[in-house]
Each structure stands twice: as structure tokens, then as C-alpha cells.
Design a protein around this ligand. Structure first.
Ligand SMILES: C[S@@+](CC[C@H](N)C(=O)[O-])C[C@H]1O[C@@H](n2cnc3c(N)ncnc32)[C@H](O)[C@@H]1O
Length: 228
């Protein structure tokens, strides 16, 4: 038999889950509408193919200022350092290296606080163009921007997963996101996190983008160019 306390807890969990489900369904519908309106664009089987395409067809060997938000062990970060070998490129990796600052909650999955932690260890690289900016985005990004003068085309790569981290990054970078800047989202299709942060940012700041390409089974990763 359920006690009153247990009934309340089960009820609250059900309502919370149902709320997330409705939020995800609404976000998903808006995402698809937006993607349909932004067709056509090339689509690739995996994210590394998307990076290669951006490098060869969009950047065409230019130097870049690459800022990655959410580096962890550096799988995507080190790949970009490898594929853009221009000696004038600069690569900045932002992370606490202590994992997600809050739980990542989606409809059918949860990643706990601390997921993807490397226990403070930064990826090993001898590349002199690389710098890691260690700490929470909301502690490091504004001080970083006080000294950062973009000198090449910006490539911003968001793999921070969370709504809060993505929204903070977009809003804070807004002044330097000039037309031509490239944004890559690693979990674009998640209607409760990166997509939600992107669409809220676009609505609030009135920016425009075009889709350069996507990858993954369900537009998981998307690369965009700022047009206005
Ligand atoms: C999915 S992992 C990144 C994976 C990595 N790009 C790769 O390809 O291996 C997400 C990372 O985002 C970082 N992160 C998320 N929100 C953050 C925030 N607000 N400040 C600093 N780091 C954050 C976490 O520490 C975690 O390492």
C-alpha cells in the first residue's frame, strides 16, 4: 500500500516527467519547422565528416580563432587542432575539466553532475597554438573577452550539452559573433538543451544564421554561419 508521502513523491515525479515530455515535443516540432525552412544543406554520417567538410569547403585553409566550450578529454578539440593546421590559427578550450556543473536531464536520460570529468586533467598536446581556459564559463568567459581580439574567422564549437551553459556562452559571445562566424553545436537536436538555448538566443537577440551542414542520424550536430 502506498503511504501518503510516497504517493506525493510518485505523483511529483510523474508530473515532472510529463512536463519534460511536453516541453520536448514542443521543442522538437519547432526544431523541425526551423530545419525544414533552412533546407537544403549537406548531411554527413558522423561529426568528423562534418568538421572535414567545414574545413575544406567553407574555411578552405584559412586560419581560424577556434573556441570550444566543453572539451573534457579533447576528442573534438584535438581533431580540430589536427584538421586546421594553419600556423596562425589559435585554439581555445573552455572547461572546468570537472564535468557537468549540474545534472543534464532529458526526456529519457539523465547525466549526473560531474559527468565527463577528467578530474582536472587537460588534454595532452604539444601544439603551441592551444590554450585552455579553465573554470566555469560564467567565471572565465567575460574576463577572457576583455583581452581577446579576434584576428581570424571565428569558429565556435559548443559541446557543453546543457541549456544553461549554451545560453550563457551565446549571449556572452554575441558582440563578437560577426557575420561569417561559424557555430557548431554537438547536440543541436536536443529540444531541452542546445536547441532550446539557440532558439531562445535567436529570439532575444534577433540574429540570423544559415545552415552549413549537419551530421548524425537526427541532425545531432549542426554547423551554422552567422548571416546577420
Ligand atoms: C560532453 S563533454 C565534452 C566532450 C568533448 N567535446 C569531446 O568531444 O570529447 C561536456 C563538457 O562540458 C563541460 N561544461 C559544461 N558546462 C560547463 C560550464 N558551464 N563551464 C565549464 N565547463 C562546462 C563539462 O565539464 C564537460 O567536460
Amino acid at each position: 500500500m502506498l503511504t501518503e508521502g510516497l504517493k506525493k513523491r510518485v505523483g511529483a515525479a510523474f508530473v515532472g516527467h510529463r512536463g519534460r515530455l511536453f516541453e520536448a515535443l514542443g521543442g522538437n516540432a519547432r526544431l523541425h519547422e526551423w530545419l525544414r525552412a533552412n533546407q537544403p544543406f549537406p548531411s554527413f554520417a558522423d561529426r568528423f565528416q562534418l568538421y572535414e567538410y567545414i574545413q575544406s569547403e567553407v574555411l578552405k585553409g584559412q586560419p581560424i580563432d577556434y573556441l570550444e566550450f566543453g572539451v573534457s578529454r579533447g576528442v573534438s578539440f584535438l581533431r580540430w587542432a589536427e584538421i586546421n593546421s594553419h600556423q596562425e590559427s589559435r585554439l581555445f578550450g573552455f572547461d572546468t575539466f570537472e564535468g557537468l556543473p549540474e545534472p543534464w536531464v532529458s526526456v529519457s536520460a539523465v547525466a549526473p553532475t560531474g559527468a565527463y570529468s577528467t578530474k582536472g586533467v587537460v588534454p595532452e598536446t604539444g601544439d603551441h597554438r592551444v590554450q585552455f581556459v579553465i573554470g566555469l564559463f560564467n567565471a572565465t568567459l567575460r574576463p577572457f573577452l576583455e583581452h581577446f581580439q579576434p584576428r581570424s574567422r571565428l569558429v565556435i564549437h559548443n559541446d557543453s550539452d546543457l541549456f544553461s551553459s549554451t545560453l550563457y556562452m551565446l549571449v556572452t559571445l554575441d558582440p563578437i559573433l560577426v557575420p561569417g562566424s561559424i557555430l557548431i553545436f554537438d547536440e543541436f537536436a536536443n529540444p531541452m538543451h542546445e536547441w532550446r538555448a539557440f532558439s531562445d538566443y535567436v529570439a532575444a537577440f534577433g540574429r540570423s544564421f544559415r545552415v552549413l551542414g549537419a551530421s548524425g542520424a537526427y541532425y545531432t550536430q549542426v554547423a551554422l554561419e552567422v548571416t546577420a
